[in-house]
Design a protein. Structure first.
Length: 243
């Protein structure tokens, strides 16, 4: 995969997909900038990978994002917002705070991250990748909170692909469950439940972090310069194939 020389901000870099994406960027000659809320985990990740630059903000509080990203590298070429959460509960148990917290982390902080990065991305003809969920395309019980916030992410993708064109491309990856992701733990921690969910996919397994990170890397790369406004499923066929 070909990456333009420069920096690539990865929000949620300590998560399963974020870590895989960081490794892919490094292998392609890019220079990741780590971003998340756990300063200790980010520092450890930075040291492990040779002293990468990193930024710290609580992404559940969108007002922290701008100040944390006030000094982004001038050579910033890409942003991947891989931070997120999965709140699973029936609508009768979901509170306004559940919806507000999920929206803040998944969509509003994503928007604030892109806003902070836009000047550099416009100058450098850059790219943005956001992350949604198969649950937006396919209706699942107990997913009202996450589907609402990830639906906002897909809307944000399309709106910003228009607003930032032609200088910045904006695309979105929509995974199904990723087996090593902390966000999927409520559904995958039980072996029988995980096996049943895997069997519901046309390709009967759960996702690996690399399934999503490789697509995200492609969308950030020089190989995808005529792609924008796209929401692409990495879901074993679950969004379109009935089992």
């Amino acid at each position: 995969m070909r990456f333009s020389p420069g920096s690539y901000l990865v929000a949620g870099s300590t998560g399963a997909i974020g870590q895989a994406l960081v490794r892919t960027l490094i292998a392609g000659g890019a220079r990741p900038v780590l971003f998340g809320r756990n300063a200790d985990a980010l520092a450890a990740q930075s040291i492990e990978l040779g002293g990468l630059d990193y930024r710290v903000a609580d992404l559940c509080n969108p007002e922290e994002v701008g100040p944390a990203l006030a000094d982004l590298p001038a050579d910033l070429k890409g942003v991947a917002y891989a931070a997120g959460s999965v709140t699973l509960k029936p609508l009768r148990s979901a509170t306004p705070a559940d919806f507000a917290t999920s929206l803040a982390l998944n969509a509003i902080s994503a928007a604030e991250t892109i806003k902070a990065a836009t000047p550099a991305l416009k100058k450098n003809q850059g790219s943005v990748v956001l992350f949604s969920s198969v649950a937006v395309q396919s209706g699942f019980s107990n997913h009202a909170v996450i589907s609402a916030s990830k639906g906002a992410v897909e809307g944000l993708t399309r709106a910003l692909s228009a607003e930032l064109a032609p200088h910045v491309r904006v695309n979105c990856v929509a995974p199904s469950l990723t087996h090593t992701s902390a966000m999927s733990t409520p559904l995958t921690s039980n072996e029988k439940t995980a096996a049943a969910i895997a069997a519901a996919h046309a390709i009967p397994r759960l996702g690996a972090p690399e399934d999503s990170s490789e697509l995200a890397a492609f969308l950030l790369s020089e190989s995808a310069t005529w792609m924008t406004g796209q929401v692409i499923g990495v879901d074993g066929g679950r969004s379109v194939v009935l089992r």
